[in-house]
Design a binder for this molecule. Structure first.
Ligand code: HEC
Ligand code: HEC
Ligand code: HEC
Ligand code: HEC
Ligand code: HEC
Length: 397
């Protein structure tokens, strides 16, 4: 026991970041509204704002399932996931002592319980996550992510993209990962997503093709004229700045999927050849395991639909006993069918005999059937199809 304790203390001091208490004035996005209302409103729509256990059904169901299957306490798993989903948590790791205390039912007023129930983390990835990162340790082992990859600024020091900003409410400091190299900020969490046994199921940093656009160019929109703060600090007027949007629109926003991939069709003998290209610098689907692209080919003649063929581009996961499971408990995965960054995938379907035309449509789904049924997800957002692209062609024979 002593030995284990020692190891867990060592582990904590080696890898875990020191939590920094956030002053009352900066705790939640509500405190920023007086001077940054448009930004707060944009951020509220983002899924960064939904990353807390209480606000995302899929995240909650996965956390519960991991706890059940690994027999680790739910609070212990929550702390683990908080590394990226809730990085302002005040307890950054738990050890065997916590498991024992929880098993004995003695955790009622434990530090862990207080940390998990604190208002400080109820907003998930909020302003004082990204804007209080004082240092990013890109030199650390690539498995060290989220909280453990960063150092927080002192409470009330906002790190931002400008080197000449002044605010009466908080101190400001400039960092290069807010303007020149913002990918570095995104890769604090969007990389090396791994299962309980260390199997990496998504690694956006690995698949990302350098040299093209930055993450913020597409997920915060291009820079435009506007104001960073509505407070009149520039001779009685709000200061004009180049700004971006804080919506971080992504896979949960249907309109983002329109034309995210491009599609072309070709007829060869008795087959329809489907070319799908991905012009984006990371794989699609990506981000999280069990995402799905559905390719639907509807064969028709002038009167009716004569047949429909569906191909699913997704990944299935197996646990250590070879059973179907969710990404977070996987030891292995089926072949990666995603479309790689700046690349193309070619599929073939046999034409239907009585058809003289075919319409092919690409859709995206957040969670494939298998994982949706394992976790019994109910929110329709996880099963709905987002339209990507559609093409039509006559059959040649
Ligand atoms: C996921 C990280 C992240 C979160 C969360 C976040 N920001 Fe930002 N913020 C950025 C990045 C990156 C930039 C730099 C954008 C650019 O290139 O101009 C930025 C820029 C800004 C700027 C400068 C103006 C601009 O748009 O460039 C202000 C002010 C700001 N953020 C305030 C906030 C507030 C207030 C919140 C909470 C409601 C918030 N941010 C949440 C990443 C974040
Ligand atoms: C009383 C008004 C006020 C409040 C409240 C306020 N800010 Fe600011 N903030 C400003 C002003 C003014 C600027 C400078 C704007 C400029 O120079 O264009 C600024 C700039 C910033 C910047 C950009 C800094 C840089 O160097 O690029 C960030 C990030 C930021 N604020 C975050 C926040 C966050 C997060 C909160 C809430 C916890 C907050 N602010 C609350 C007035 C305020
Ligand atoms: C502190 C960790 C962290 C940082 C830093 C971070 N993200 Fe995220 N991001 C997450 C998590 C966790 C989610 C999933 C939230 C959820 O679905 O509940 C997410 C979700 C997203 C999504 C998906 C939204 C959707 O609707 O599907 C996009 C896009 C995104 N982030 C972009 C960015 C960009 C761009 C940056 C860098 C400027 C960034 N993130 C920085 C952790 C982070
Ligand atoms: C050229 C534009 C572009 C760039 C640059 C880009 N993305 Fe994306 N990203 C997309 C598109 C398009 C999608 C699919 C539609 C959607 O989800 O927005 C997407 C999807 C995502 C998703 C959801 C994926 C899924 O299937 O769950 C995440 C998370 C994400 N991007 C994060 C990032 C991060 C982090 C970076 C930087 C390393 C980045 N993106 C760079 C265009 C881009
Ligand atoms: C290394 C950082 C990191 C850790 C640790 C982490 N996640 Fe995530 N997680 C992310 C990022 C980044 C995303 C966003 C990817 C996207 O939107 O496609 C995400 C997305 C998710 C999603 C998809 C949510 C949705 O709405 O589609 C689930 C579910 C999830 N994580 C569960 C967990 C669980 C459970 C744990 C702990 C056992 C955990 N994650 C630990 C980074 C992390």
């Amino acid at each position: 026991m002593k030995r284990l304790l020692l190891i867990s203390i060592l582990f904590t001091t080696l890898f875990a970041a020191k939590p920094v208490e956030i002053g009352e004035m900066f705790k939640d996005s509500g405190k920023c509204k007086t001077c940054h209302l448009p930004i707060v409103k944009e951020w509220e729509q983002s899924w960064h704002a939904k990353s807390h256990y209480n606000n995302n059904e899929y995240f909650r169901a996965t956390t519960d399932y991991v706890s059940r299957k690994t027999r680790k306490s739910l609070s212990g798993v929550k702390v683990e996931c908080a590394t990226c989903h809730n990085p302002r948590i005040s307890v950054t790791s738990t050890g065997i002592e916590h498991e024992i205390i929880t098993l004995m039912g003695l955790n009622e007023d434990s530090e862990v319980k207080k940390a998990l129930e604190s208002d400080d983390i109820s907003e998930g990835i909020n302003c004082v996550v990204c804007h209080n990162i004082g240092k990013i340790h890109s030199d650390k082992d690539e498995t060290v992510r989220g909280i453990n990859r960063v150092e927080w600024t002192k409470s009330g020091v906002m790190v931002g993209p400008y080197d000449d900003a002044r605010s009466p409410y908080h101190r400001v400091e400039h960092r290069e990962y807010m303007d020149k190299d913002p990918n570095k900020l995104c890769f604090v969490c969007h990389a090396n997503d791994r299962s309980a046994s260390g199997f990496v199921f998504t690694n956006m940093q690995d698949e990302y093709k350098e040299g093209g656009k930055l993450c913020v160019d597409c997920h915060m929109g291009s820079k435009k004229q506007g104001v960073a703060a509505t407070l009149r600090v520039d001779n009685g007027k709000a200061k004009q700045r180049e700004i971006r949007e804080h919506t971080f629109f992504g896979a949960h926003t249907q309109s983002m999927w329109k034309d995210a991939l491009s599609l072309s069709l070709e007829q060869k003998r008795d087959e329809t050849i489907i070319h799908i290209s991905n012009p984006n610098p990371h794989n699609i689907p990506s981000g999280f395991g069990s995402r799905e692209i559905v390719v639907e080919a509807v064969f028709k003649n002038s009167k009716e639909v004569v047949g429909t063929k569906t191909i699913s581009l997704t990944t299935y996961y197996k646990d250590k006993r070879g059973k179907e499971t969710i990404p977070h408990l996987a030891v292995s995965a089926s072949e990666d069918l995603s479309i790689a960054a700046n690349s193309k995938r070619v599929l073939k379907v046999l034409n239907e005999k009585d058809a003289d035309r075919v319409e092919v449509t690409l859709y995206y789904r957040l969670v494939n059937d298998e994982v949706r049924s394992i976790l019994e997800l109910e929110d329709p957002i996880f099963s709905q199809r987002s339209f990507i692209a559609s093409k039509f062609t006559f059959l040649t024979n």
